[in-house]
Write a protein that binds this ligand. Structure first.
Ligand SMILES: NCc1[nH]cc(CCC(=O)O)c1CC(=O)O
Length: 313
């Protein structure tokens, strides 16, 4: 019998759900675990835009410190919140089975239809990708910035800040708000953020090899891993932090992987979305290939413009 796996997680409700999910997967494989809640800088400054405090590692730094000194064995994250490039000492060892990767509309009132441009509609979101996507496909829709956890956002919506929230299905489903879902958005328009819908397990590279292997066997979903590796390889080239409207979605058809992805200008005017396909075992190569195509098609200019506008005070 091996020792208890120490699972590090942030303390938000979504993070805890994810940690319990990993705990369940470990348990099914006969691995005991305990959950260690770790407060991160990102948790302390929820009312400040993440792009203002610098997105790099605000939700991961404290977890990584504890991975390094062995206070925890693994850290559990929403895969989509993970930077595309980790520091040398760390790696993502497993990706849990992805759930529906769509964005959705969440509302307490009926009759929410983004197609209907005859009625005013205000959506709450704080994602640059979602705002830019709306500007591109649904310019009649107004957006309002809404932050905080799901419960807080729902309260703000109920207070009248917006008609509906635009969110990831995964988080809404995990928090048990399925019955408030007013519509699933089309993947070809609202192509999700890289990794959306899967939980990533991070470890230090010096984690004991047998334990590492047991955790992978218990938690990793190989199909999801192929998909996320392709998407993350694409993101790595685009260096898209969470404040850049980059999107990608890989799907598998038997052994071939289809990777769609691109970038949108902040004003929604320019949207580049391309597709590559090949063997699933070539996922990382496919990600780089797609990135090169997107850059060549004008993505480089869009990215440079966004970076320029965001570096202004
Ligand atoms: N951006 C924050 C975030 N990070 C992970 C999720 C949901 C879970 C997931 O997509 O895996 C969310 C909420 C959202 O985007 O609506």
């Amino acid at each position: 019998m091996s020792r208890k796996v120490k699972i590090g997680t942030r303390g938000s409700k979504l993070a805890l759900w994810q940690a319990y999910h990993v705990e369940d997967l470990l348990k099914k494989s006969g691995l005991e675990s305990e959950i260690v809640i770790i407060d991160t800088k990102g948790d302390q400054v929820l009312d400040v835009s993440i792009s203002k405090i610098g997105s790099k590692g605000v939700f991961t730094q404290e977890l990584e410190d504890q991975l390094l000194d062995g206070r925890i064995d693994i850290a559990v994250h929403s895969a989509k919140d993970m930077q595309s490039t980790l520091a040398e000492e760390f790696e993502l060892i497993a990706f849990t089975e992805r759930e529906k990767e769509n964005d959705i509309l969440l509302s307490v009132k009926g009759g929410i239809d983004i197609q209907d441009s005859s009625k005013p509609l205000t959506l709450g979101t704080s994602s640059t990708r979602r705002v830019a996507t709306l500007k591109h496909f649904y310019p009649h829709v107004k957006t309002v910035d809404v932050r905080g956890n799901l419960q807080t956002r729902i309260r703000k919506m109920e207070e009248g800040l917006c008609d509906a929230l635009l969110l990831a299905y995964a988080g809404v489903h995990r928090m048990g708000y399925d019955d408030m879902i007013a519509g699933l958005l089309d993947l070809s328009e609202f192509t999700p953020a890289v990794g959306q819908g899967s939980v990533a397990i991070e470890s230090a590279k010096n984690l004991e090899p047998t334990l590492r292997q047991q955790i992978i066997a218990a938690c990793n979903h190989p199909q999801t891993e192929f998909r996320l590796k392709a998407e993350r390889s694409f993101l790595r080239v685009l260096e898209g932090g969470c404040s850049i409207p980059v999107f990608a979605l890989a799907t598998l058809e038997k052994d071939s992987l289809i990777l769609k992805g691109g970038i949108i200008s902040l004003d929604g005017k320019h949207r580049i979305s391309l597709e590559v396909s090949g063997e699933k075992t070539e996922s990382e190569v496919l990600g780089k290939k797609l990135a090169a195509l997107v850059f060549a098609a004008g993505g480089k200019e869009i990215l440079d413009d966004i970076k320029k506008s965001q570096s202004k005070p």
